[in-house]
Design a protein around this ligand. Structure first.
Ligand SMILES: [Zn+2]
Length: 428
């Protein structure tokens, strides 16, 4: 049994608790006691301790694009060409090294669980590797090396656009059909820190019938199912032109929408779309640092939540990796759209970044309470950003003032993987 004494810890709600002793046994939180003094037999952590943060939507390889697409005018679609170029020649060895450093950057930012939306499956040209899951295995090996939890959301991707064959780099993404995709995914083994989930790439990459097949596969195994939804207006227009229905309507009719489903982005929605997502209690994963980088549009977390949907956040394209920035950006962007402040309270944003994100990735965790996985993030309150914060304002400070650089120690599964701002095994 390990004991960690935390000067302040967030146990949920609008304020923090003082003097919290967290007892850890076998990678799980066994006991939580508040109002304790530092004591022998417990490691002490000053500052603020949060539950582990979930990065619900990640494409690790897109880290190579950071700062490389900022010089010339363009759009999501010109950025996508640069992304295809970055993905065109990546080998499994390069993928392992790239994903290891990307996941290590996430760990240093307080991310303890990554949802990797994985579609870079096959060799250039589309031929499977000898092990058809070699690229997925590289992601699993990277997460293991870094010590973060992983939900590998293996993406089914069959078409290069509505009614279009895959071409160029897209050939690396595509399986022959849904059965071939499912057969491949069924060969990937989960572990104590790795879960396997499903992703339906988008209504661009799968027909309504294929979406229904993926939904049925996911439901039969009770895995999370994620999809890109209405990130771009053009994607909606093409979908309505082809099917007479919005992407959300297509997903609803295909049986995708339920509590296991996460709609990634969910930016350009009709009022009926919002109602459908809320009524079926899906999670909406906003990726505001990417959505602003790609000129996608402004997400509406408070509107989605009021309708009944849960919220979560993702670093998506890795334009930046900072879960605190992600959480505040979701609300601050909505302020620009509504001309109103505090559409979503800080504790709700923090719960979206932790417990709600864990749930969207198939884990019961992201809370500091008995029975939860022992995943903790300790923030120093000595930095220029957080110095002088009153205890009553610590939850708001975590969302509105903290940065990835304030993360001092990170525990996953009862093991410290970051100590004093350094990763314990991956050199920075
Ligand atoms: Zn994405």
């Amino acid at each position: 049994v390990t004991r960690v004494w935390c000067e302040y810890a967030w146990l949920g709600g609008p304020s923090v608790s003082r003097g919290v002793t967290v007892e850890i046994d076998g990678g799980q939180i066994a006991r939580v006691v508040t109002d304790t003094e530092p004591h022998q037999g417990a490691e002490s952590r000053s500052g603020l301790t949060l539950p582990g943060l979930a990065n619900v939507h990640s494409h690790a390889f897109q880290r190579v694009l950071r700062a490389r697409t900022q010089r010339t005018t363009g759009s999501f679609w010109t950025w996508r060409e640069a992304m295809y170029e970055a993905a065109s020649e990546l080998s499994p060895e390069q993928y392992l090294s790239l994903a290891t450093t990307t996941f290590a950057e996430m760990a240093l930012a307080g991310i303890t669980l990554v949802g990797e939306f994985h579609y870079l499956h096959h060799q250039p040209g589309g031929t499977p590797y000898a092990d058809p899951n070699e690229m997925g295995a590289a992601l699993i090996a990277a997460a293991d090396a870094v010590g973060v939890r992983l939900t590998l959301l293996d993406a089914c991707y069959l078409h290069g656009g509505i009614g279009k064959p895959v071409e160029g780099t897209q050939q690396r993404f595509a399986d022959a059909d849904v059965d071939a995709w499912a057969g491949r995914v069924e060969q990937i083994s989960p572990s104590d820190t790795v879960k396997i989930g499903a992703a339906a790439h988008s209504v661009r990459a799968l027909s309504p019938e294929e979406l229904a097949e993926v939904a049925a596969w996911s439901a039969s195994r009770a895995t999370p199912l994620h999809a890109h939804v209405s990130e771009q207006k053009i994607e909606n227009e093409e979908c309505v032109a082809a099917y007479g229905r919005t992407p959300v309507e297509i997903l609803r009719d295909a049986g995708c929408l339920n509590e296991q489903f996460t709609a990634v982005h969910a930016t350009h929605l009709t009022p009926d779309d919002v109602t459908s997502l809320g009524d079926t209690v899906v999670t909406c994963c906003l990726c505001p640092t990417t959505e602003r980088d790609l000129a996608d549009g402004v997400g509406r977390p408070a509107v989605l939540r009021a309708a009944g949907a849960a919220l979560a956040f993702g670093s998506d394209s890795q334009a930046v990796i900072d879960p605190f920035e992600e959480a505040r950006a979701a609300e601050l962007d909505e302020r620009l759209a509504t001309h109103a402040r505090v559409n979503t309270e800080p504790e709700v944003l923090l719960a979206a970044a932790t417990e709600s994100g864990y749930r969207a990735l198939g884990w019961d965790g992201g809370r500091i309470e008995p029975g939860a996985p022992a995943d903790l993030v300790n923030l120093s309150l000595d930095s220029v950003r957080l110095a002088g914060t009153a205890p009553d304002d610590l939850v708001a400070a975590a969302v509105y003032a903290a940065a990835a650089a304030d993360v001092r120690d990170v525990m996953v599964d009862g093991r410290w993987i970051v100590r004093d701002g350094n990763h314990v095994s991956v050199a920075s």
